[in-house]
Ligand binder design. Structure first.
Ligand SMILES: C[S@@+](CC[C@H](N)C(=O)[O-])C[C@H]1O[C@@H](n2cnc3c(N)ncnc32)[C@H](O)[C@@H]1O
Length: 208
């Protein structure tokens, strides 16, 4: 697992230190251990969890670094912590809130933060539209909602100059076309995920 992860990180152009690799593998082990109890993901096979979840989430790290990692980032509908936990591991200076409407998923994230000693990671139990919190520099999501709902439900949580970063499969032309005029899609980038033969892209948006 470690070799596969290290090779994938190198292919993604990431320089992860030993402690970060250890944390990513420990997170994978926790996902596997608690999946049945918390119902975190339909993927059960450890190798698939690595490629479909961990490496898939790692593919946003270089783009986020290029954009500039924010002081505060929200992962909305984080579920078991994808991509929020991976971002918290790769950006220790960024405070990451994984928000989910299901209490046991937020509890799992708190458990990950404690076990992996990640003071910058928080599991927050709330529907995002009802959340009262400080604003965020980047709001991200993976498998959460359409772009219209994602931006509508989280707009109130954007800081001045903040952006949305949505993980999507193939280029979501229909979802982009459905966005209201006050959402500016300023970049759509293709992601190549090592070990995953599927289309992935990242949709960057900001309010107008
Ligand atoms: C399909 S899961 C995706 C989980 C994770 N991001 C992933 O990629 O594996 C969507 C998650 O969004 C959460 N969710 C749905 N509506 C929500 C809302 N309004 N506020 C916060 N979380 C919500 C659900 O509880 C669920 O855990």
């Amino acid at each position: 697992m470690r070799d596969v992860l290290q090779a994938a990180a190198a292919e993604l152009g990431l320089e992860l230190n030993d402690s970060q690799l250890d944390q990513l593998l420990a997170y994978l082990a926790l996902l596997q251990k608690w999946n049945k109890v918390y119902n975190l993901t339909a993927v059960r096979d450890p190798a698939q969890m690595l490629s479909h979840h961990l490496v898939d989430s790692l593919s946003v790290v270089a783009p986020l670094k290029r954009h500039g990692a924010p002081a505060r980032l929200m992962d909305v509908g984080a579920g078991g912590g994808l991509p929020g936990v991976v971002i918290a591991i790769c950006f220790p200076e960024t405070d990451v809130s994984c928000v989910d409407a299901v209490a046991k998923k937020a509890t799992f994230i708190q458990q990950v933060a404690a076990e992996l000693k990640l003071p910058n990671l928080h599991g927050v139990h709330s529907r995002v539209e009802a959340l009262e919190t400080e604003p965020f520099g980047v709001i991200t999501s993976r498998a959460f909602a359409s772009l219209v709902d994602f931006t509508r439900l989280t707009r109130q949580h954007l800081a001045e100059g903040a952006v949305w970063m949505a993980m999507k499969g193939q280029h979501p032309a229909d979802e982009i076309a459905a966005l209201p005029g006050d959402v500016d899609v300023f970049h759509v980038e293709q992601l190549a995920v090592p070990g995953l033969d599927a289309q992935r892209c990242l949709v960057w948006m900001r309010p107008r």
